[in-house]
Ligand binder design. Structure first.
Ligand code: ZN
Ligand code: ZN
Length: 420
């Protein structure tokens, strides 16, 4: 149809564009629709037309109906009468060189729109808002203030004893609680100085299920040589986590009961994230300033494969993401502000805070990372956060088991205790 009509066209001087559906040129040509004389918006389907005639042509080409002129096929198309005769209007369109083959399919139009949007996104670089910058700066400051990256204090803990024989003898003493009792007293005194006091300190161990006889026997054979050191280390880190939370204005704004519930829920995870910064993925060793830890040290503290195997994988996976300090602290804060921890009452405000943190992390990655590192980094971090939650449960179970053999610190017990 179009070819025939084109041949009939009295006008040979059609205007040729370069073939794209939308072309707007900024030259001095008068912008008049060649079909109806209305104001033109540029070249459409190879001719200078208005939006109305552009739309008309696209619709006409997509419709199989043949138009018919009620007069004698000689209607003069103007802005005011262009709706009256579709046949002559279409003929005029074709006569000035409008081309059917330049009409994109709906699919192509959709594709093009996406391309344009994508191009715009690339042109406008993602940047952190001033509020997001402030959140990151506050988190960094809190982290640097509360976690000593040199680990200088680690040497003040009871020594990391890797001598199995000596401790084996120690464990054979029927009542080994004498030394442990001293430890507990010492730690208890420390906890008194904390600004956030945890409630009930005593009832926790009785709440834990007593291990079966078999299990107990098995556990008694485990030589927990590293436990005193790990107890001191963990107690120290728990205090750091508490201080980290307390330093954040977002956290201080919560009611004290929710602060405690969030800390109890997230402490293990925050310690894990913090410890990942020391993990050497080539050697599998945590290099903490003057001290170095390996998985066997955790086993000597009484932890079992159920926890240690996934934990090891977790540390390799997370470390390989080569996170910036900003991303690490955002991860810690996202873990802290988890409204679904047991005992939390004001879910909404905590959810909102977590969302702010999550969006900040996402934007940070968009703004500061380049491909290929950027690729899927955010979902990978979220996967690590999820992974930690299942480890958190296992950690709680194992600490309670360890506590049945050899006491850990009251503060650590508070963290793993279920009641809040
Ligand atoms: Zn027009
Ligand atoms: Zn007509």
């Amino acid at each position: 149809m179009s070819k025939e009509l084109e041949e009939l066209s009295p006008l040979g001087d059609s205007i040729h564009g370069d073939g794209s559906e939308e072309e707007t040129e900024e030259d001095d040509e008068p912008k008049i629709c060649q079909v109806c004389g209305d104001k033109s918006t540029g070249y459409h389907f190879n001719a200078m037309t208005c939006e109305g005639c552009k739309g008309f042509f696209r619709r006409a080409m997509k419709r199989p109906t043949q138009y018919c002129c009620p007069f004698r096929n000689v209607c003069v198309i103007t802005k005011s009468n262009r709706r009256q005769c579709q046949s002559c209007r279409l003929q005029k369109c074709l006569s000035i060189g409008m081309k059917r083959e330049l009409i994109m399919s709906d699919e192509a139009v959709k594709k093009r729109r996406i391309q344009i949007r994508r191009k715009r996104m690339q042109e406008e670089p993602v940047t952190l808002s001033p509020q997001q910058e402030a959140v990151i700066q506050e988190l960094l400051a809190a982290h640097q203030k509360t976690f000593d990256m040199t680990c200088a204090n680690f040497t003040q803990f009871r020594p990391l004893d890797r001598d199995q024989k000596a401790i084996s003898e120690w464990n054979q003493e029927p009542d080994s609680s004498k030394y442990s009792h001293q430890i507990m007293c010492k730690v208890s005194e420390d906890t008194m100085h904390m600004a956030i006091s945890f409630t009930s300190c005593s009832s926790t161990s009785s709440n834990s299920k007593q291990p079966e006889n078999n299990e107990r026997k098995q556990l008694n054979n485990i030589i927990l040589t590293s436990l005193p050191h790990f107890t001191d280390l963990t107690t120290y880190l728990i205090k750091n986590v508490i201080n980290f939370g307390k330093t954040l204005s977002m956290f201080r704004g919560l009611i004290i009961e929710d602060q405690i519930s969030l800390l109890k829920g997230a402490t293990f995870e925050i310690i894990l994230i913090h410890f990942n910064m020391f993990f050497n993925e080539k050697t599998g060793i945590w290099e903490c300033g003057p001290l170095q830890y390996c998985m066997d040290d955790a086993m000597r503290a009484g932890f079992q494969r159920h926890l240690l195997d996934p934990m090891k994988n977790f540390h390799y996976t997370l470390r390989k993401l080569h996170l910036h300090e900003e991303e690490y602290v955002l991860m810690q804060a996202i873990s802290l502000f988890s409204a679904d921890r047991p005992g939390v009452t004001h879910h909404n405000v905590i959810d909102r805070n977590q969302e702010i943190l999550a969006v900040t992390l996402k934007t940070y990655i968009e703004a500061k990372r380049t491909e290929p590192d950027k690729h899927l980094l955010y979902p990978k971090i979220v996967a690590c956060l999820t992974e930690m939650r299942s480890m958190n449960e296992e950690y709680t179970k194992q600490v309670l088991k360890i506590q049945d053999i050899q006491p850990v610190s009251p503060l650590l017990l508070e963290i793993v205790s279920k009641d809040s």
